[in-house]
Design a protein. Structure first.
Length: 117
């Protein structure tokens, strides 16, 4: 089982970026993106339930970030629009086989997103 994250980079404030997380080995019940800014703890950003497609997210990304699932490729994307300098962080994708719990068992490597002002 492996989660492969990609798509990070440098973008100006107000710009957009799309991250990808390709899962191999199995399909999970939940997928999510977390981030860790310099000097801060890792935080949950946005998640999706695989079968229903229902999403959940933190207030600070509402209306700006979208999580998209591509079922045929077992891949989730994080579409980030209207990026702000405070979105700068290492972004991690995560997945879990259990629908009704809050923790995530599987993690991808991080991908750095830098938003310049």
């Amino acid at each position: 089982v492996q989660l492969q994250a990609s798509g990070g980079g440098l973008v100006q404030a107000g710009g957009s970026l799309r991250l990808s997380c390709a899962a191999s080995g199995r399909t999970f019940s939940r997928y999510a993106w977390f981030r860790q800014a310099p000097g801060k703890e890792r935080e949950f950003v946005i998640g999706v339930r695989w079968e229903s497609g229902s999403t959940y997210y933190i207030d600070s990304v509402k209306g700006r970030f979208t999580i998209i699932r591509e079922i045929a490729k077992n891949t989730v994307y994080l579409q980030m629009n209207s990026l702000k300098p405070e979105d700068t962080a290492v972004y991690y994708c995560a997945a879990d086989p259990v629908l009704f719990r809050t923790s995530y068992e599987y993690w991808g490597q991080g991908t750095l997103v830098t938003v310049s002002s």
